[in-house]
Design a protein around this ligand. Sequence first.
Ligand SMILES: [Zn+2]
Length: 88
Amino acid sequence: MLRIECPVCGLRDETEFAYGEDATVRRPDMDEADVKIWHDYVFIRDNPRGPHKEYWHHVAGCRQWIRVERDTLTHEILGSILAREVAA
Ligand SMILES: [Zn+2]
């Protein structure tokens, strides 16, 4: 089981969180009409080995979205920050 450091609540079990999405992918503008761009956004993902940024929702805690940097090879949590602090 992962132990994820929530910036608000502290170190918590993974079961308190819901995985959100890859934090390295940027959604196209809503007026984008190119189907290929939307297809790639929805379906095409890298499968990185090593440090990777992800969004997680602390559903059983403070209900904040956080961006977690996790090593996909070792599952080590390398850091976390409130998503609103990186979204701007
Ligand atoms: Zn929390």
